[in-house]
Design a protein around this ligand. Structure first.
Ligand code: HEM
Length: 454
């Protein structure tokens, strides 16, 4: 008996020893990767590679730390997987636009449809050819005419926002401004997307607001889910992590079914909002006899709510924050709005007039520069790609364009920590080097909601 136990322990020790030797040899090879290519690189940790920000630092701050003005690119490791950070606007232009055929996919969420059958189909995570087809179907929702049609709604909701702030001030409440803005952007997004008015701007709650509040929940499990989706998508399939929290998806599905019934099913009356475009996409596939999973429709609906409401609410929050510190900028902006209103015979300003307000757009752009929603633009090389005479990126390598690094590079934006909207005045904006200001990304995979967000 004793002898059999000893043999078993010997076997376990032997397997553990072999595993250690394998891990060590593999790690030694991984660690040499960038040095052998002669690429400037960071030190790699044997457990998390270059991801030393995990759980204690904002990823955009980490990305800023990685930015190296002296080198057009830097090699990093996502755990043990080599990836490349692009610091040069010229290379960014080639990766994002000129040679974007090599970089149509994101590494983010790659191949996660098994573990996350809804989130994995989202436009943000989908890879080609699914991505191209989805993008083609939803692009018409964002035409100028459709966006103009939003004007009355925006106005109503903006007035409600003012009422809400007035009311809370009168009640001498502290105003949690990010949450109030999220109520507002939830209403705008859900009316534009689905024709559903949650009335959250006035009340702080509602059908769709329940969903967007769920999106904002963050705990250890959600953080593991996010980090895996971003940097280790293989884990998504193993641990069944989800882009959208499970309970949110369940709740949204019920709402989705009832909206679908109200519209007479997939073949019902045509509506010109996002939901209408998604229903049409499924209906057309049904007519052609192509099996289109309902999850594909659900995923896009959830994606637009998630991608739209928080990014815009955060931007509004940062603008308010900066204006609070710089009353002279606030006054200048306020005067520009007052003058525009006077020129418009005291009437409310529509989208056309607003888009021509030079200073207001400078304020928005400066906030987008200082606080970009995405610190980097993530792409995956589909084929070997020659970056320059020294470096060819192998197929399957993640590539990150360091947007936040460039937004804070004093060569492109002098005194970058200073909130200075004047740098976007037309006479100065023309000096901004192309591909150094990319708050909405660039190229075919840029933000589909850019004009809508403005
Ligand atoms: C201030 C507001 C916003 C900012 C700063 C922002 C920023 C971004 C960025 C940086 C990307 C990645 C682009 C790239 O990889 O080149 C992106 C993608 C995306 N955004 Fe936005 N966004 C905003 C608002 C919105 C809105 C309002 C919507 C929808 C209603 C939206 C929907 C999307 C979608 C669906 C994608 C993925 C596009 C694709 O992969 O084809 N975003 N956004």
């Amino acid at each position: 008996m004793l002898c059999r136990e000893t043999t078993m322990w010997q076997l376990v020790l032997m397997i553990a020893g072999l595993a250690l030797v394998w891990a060590y040899t593999r790690w030694a090879r991984v660690k040499r990767f960038w040095a052998e290519l002669g690429v400037p690189h960071l030190r790699a940790h044997p457990l998390y590679g270059s991801l030393d920000f995990l759980h204690h630092e904002n990823p955009a701050v980490w990305m800023r730390r990685l930015y190296d003005r002296k080198s057009p690119y830097t090699g990093i490791w996502l755990f043990w997987r080599p990836a490349l950070i692009i610091n040069s606007p010229e290379i960014a232009r080639r990766v994002l636009v000129k040679d974007s055929d090599y970089f149509r996919d994101r590494f983010l969420g790659t191949g996660t449809t098994k573990g996350d059958p809804i989130g994995g189909l989202s436009l943000v995570l989908a890879n080609d050819p699914l991505w191209s087809s989805l993008r083609r179907h939803v692009t018409p929702v964002f035409t100028s005419a459709k966006l103009k049609g939003m004007h009355t709604l925006n106005l109503v909701k903006s007035k409600e926002l003012v009422q809400r702030i007035d009311r809370e001030l009168a009640q001498k409440k502290d105003i949690e401004i990010r949450s109030v803005y999220s109520d507002f952007t939830t209403d705008i997004t859900s009316i534009f997307g689905f024709g559903v008015d949650s009335n959250a701007t006035l009340t702080g709650e509602g059908l769709m607001r329940t969903i967007t509040l769920n999106f904002m929940e963050y705990d250890l499990f959600r953080s593991f889910s996010w980090y895996s989706i971003f940097f280790f998508p293989t884990l998504v399939n193993i641990f069944r992590f989800k882009l959208f929290p499970r309970h949110t998806t369940r709740y949204f599905k019920k709402m989705f079914r009832s909206l679908l019934a109200q519209r007479g099913g997939y073949a019902g009356t045509e509506h010109h909002d996002l939901f209408g475009a998604l229903l049409k996409m499924k209906h057309q596939a049904d007519l052609k006899g192509e099996a289109m999973d309902e999850n594909l429709v659900l995923a896009q609906a959830l994606t637009f709510v998630q991608a739209g409401f928080d990014t815009s609410a955060v931007m509004l929050t940062y603008i308010t924050y900066e204006l609070a510190f710089q009353p002279e900028i606030q006054d200048k902006l306020y005067n520009e709005l007052l003058e525009a209103r006077q020129r418009n015979d005291g009437n409310d300003l529509d989208g056309n007039i607003l888009s021509e307000l030079t200073y207001m757009n400078c304020v928005i752009n400066e906030a987008l520069r200082k606080y970009p929603a995405m610190g980097w633009l993530d792409r995956l090389a589909s084929k070997d790609y020659q970056i320059d005479e020294n470096l060819t990126v192998p197929a399957g390598m993640p590539v990150y364009v360091n947007v936040v690094g460039m937004h804070y590079d004093p060569e492109y934006f002098p005194d970058p920590d200073n909130f200075d909207p004047d740098r976007f005045l037309p006479e100065r904006e023309q000096n901004i080097k192309p591909f150094t200001f990319m708050p909405f990304g660039q190229g075919p995979r840029n933000c589909i909601g850019t004009r809508y967000a403005y």
